[in-house]
Design a protein around this ligand. Structure first.
Ligand code: GCO
Length: 446
């Protein structure tokens, strides 16, 4: 297979459907010396936390190579580029803006604007300034207010350069993986901490969203959540209940407070010591109406009942998987969008991330990643199917523009549609990237 093929009558073939590529600051920028340290610098420096012992000091050297990277984005013919701003690059510890850091993003955004590429900016993609973590990080309620202050100052500085703002990327990862499972920075591990961090992140989102709407009323202002739909292993009611419980805990926990102003019912199952501290009025702040919801989708998880935890994930041994071990199950993408549509009054949805890690090889100057191409083909069709069944989706972003620092996996997992040789920093568009470009191009002429 060399092409992405979508029926011509699909919403995905209409010119106003936005196609883009996505990245995140810590994963590509490098040059830690020109910003304050963040929790990921500390985590990387802690032995045993990153699988290949690497860090984000150079990454894709994007702070130096950004002009070439913008040309690369332009060459893909995309409508939009989703990037994140590094809080520790644009703010000093005293809370004032760092002009050099702000100027980096202003130049980047101006260049994108000149090329007619819409900027989708995320304000927090996990790189919390370390000095805030030293005061408790997301366990400290004050961090939510400091985030809103950062949103206020940076959105004023960036003026009208931004097409869309997302407050947070995947609060599930920042709270659960960072403070409960301990496999992401800052590596804390306690159930109560995960729940409290989640609550403060949601609060931070609501406070910042209000600020963004005031400072940047013409941009689309919203939130990016990740979803891993939960399936029961069998129809046995115990397994079905287990999958529902897991769904509440990993997925609904982050969307329901935002759209319905309440945690899922299973909140009541938390022991008192695991329940987060919630102040009167928090849900009114958290449920500030969104202009859009960003949905990140990669895979599903299958669950069975388990006496100890209520639910336990099942390894789908024979199922097709990506190089990071995630099952390839495109039907879950359609199912997810339909179930969100049935359950909530959704604002317009953008698929802010979708993609696959594959074991790519650069050979004779080319990367033949048919497996990734197949993933994109199947998932775009799954998206098309959800749209045909009534879900409003206005855009889609491939994760990722280029290979980059994949968090606890370091540089071992490649998600890019562009290959990065980390020694030479040379970029090579993979076959999937060429197919993505050609599809976007063909759509423009249909
Ligand atoms: C996420 C993040 C990305 C990851 C990607 C692959 O969704 O976890 O937004 O930063 O790199 O998802 O894991």
């Amino acid at each position: 297979m060399k092409n992405i093929q979508i029926p011509k009558d699909s919403r995905l073939c209409q010119k106003d459907f936005i196609f883009g590529v996505a990245t995140a600051s810590f994963q590509i920028e490098g040059s830690a010396d020109s910003r304050l340290p963040c929790i990921w610098d500390t985590f990387c420096a802690t032995p045993g936390k990153i699988r290949d012992g690497s860090d984000g000091l150079l990454a894709c050297d994007h702070v130096n190579l950004w002009r070439d990277d913008v040309k690369l984005i332009q060459s893909l013919g995309v409508d939009a580029y989703r990037l994140s701003i590094s809080w520790p690059r644009v703010m000093f510890a005293d809370g004032s803006l760092n002009p050099a850091g702000v100027d980096f993003y202003i130049q980047l955004l101006d260049e994108l604007k000149a090329l007619n590429i819409k900027a989708f900016v995320t304000l927090y993609h996990w790189d919390l300034p370390q000095h805030l973590e030293d005061k408790g990080g997301w366990l400290n309620r004050e961090t939510a207010y400091l985030f809103a202050d950062y949103a206020d100052k940076i959105s004023q500085a960036l003026g009208d350069r931004v097409y869309s703002y997302a407050t947070l990327n995947e609060p599930f990862c920042s709270s659960y993986l960072g403070y409960e499972a301990g496999i992401h920075a800052p590596g804390k591990q306690q159930k109560a901490w995960g729940r409290q961090a989640a609550h403060h992140l949601l609060l931070a989102h609501g406070l910042a969203l209000k600020v963004l709407k005031k400072n940047s009323p013409n941009s689309l202002n919203g939130l990016v959540l990740n979803f891993t739909p939960c399936y029961a292993q069998t129809e046995d009611p115990a397994d079905v209940a287990a999958a529902q419980l897991a769904d509440d805990y990993f997925n609904q926990w982050y969307i329901k407070p935002v759209l319905d102003g309440a945690y899922p019912k299973s909140f009541a199952l938390l022991s008192d010591s695991d329940k987060p501290v919630i102040h009167d009025g928090d849900f009114a702040i958290i449920s500030e109406p969104l202009d859009f919801l960003g949905v990140n989708f990669y895979t599903r998880t299958v669950y069975q009942a388990c006496a100890e935890n209520g639910f336990a994930p099942v390894d789908m041994v024979d199922a097709p998987k990506t190089d990071i071990g995630w099952e390839i199950y495109p039907q879950a993408f359609t199912d997810l969008l339909l179930s969100l549509h049935q359950q909530y009054r959704l604002p317009p949805v953008y698929i802010t991330e979708n993609g696959a890690a594959m074991d790519d090889k650069l050979q004779n100057g080319v990367v033949v990643d048919e497996d990734r191409l197949g993933y994109y083909q199947a998932h775009l069709l799954a998206l098309d199917s959800a749209i045909r069944q009534g879900v409003r989706v206005d855009g889609y972003f491939a994760w990722s523009l280029m290979d980059n620092f994949e968090w606890a996996e370091g540089y071992l997992k490649r998600f890019g549609i562009v290959y990065v040789d980390y020694q030479s920093q040379q970029r090579t568009i993979k076959q999937s990237g060429l197919a993505y470009r050609d599809f976007i191009q063909s759509r423009k002429s249909c």
